[in-house]
Design a binder for this molecule. Sequence first.
Ligand code: SF4
Length: 82
Amino acid sequence: MVKKYKVIYDRKLCIGAAACVESTPEGFEIDSDDGKANLINGKKIDHEVFEMILTEDQYSKFKDAEEVCPVNNCIKVIEIHE
Ligand code: SF4
């Protein structure tokens, strides 16, 4: 069975370190208004929380962003169980 993943981004926790933008520029960009990252094409699921379903190609790139982000649980890549 093919595994499926999604990224969950809690923007409240972001400190604007921009490591995610460097590692995964196709996924994150810095908002010029407040200096925090935006998840490009992310869907809002809660106050300042966004998610996006990942393709297999995107998985490792967003995993990199999760690893380089200095804030725990700010960027999370999780497996989806359907
Ligand atoms: S690396 Fe983490 S803290 Fe830094 S801008 Fe990206 S999401 Fe925010």
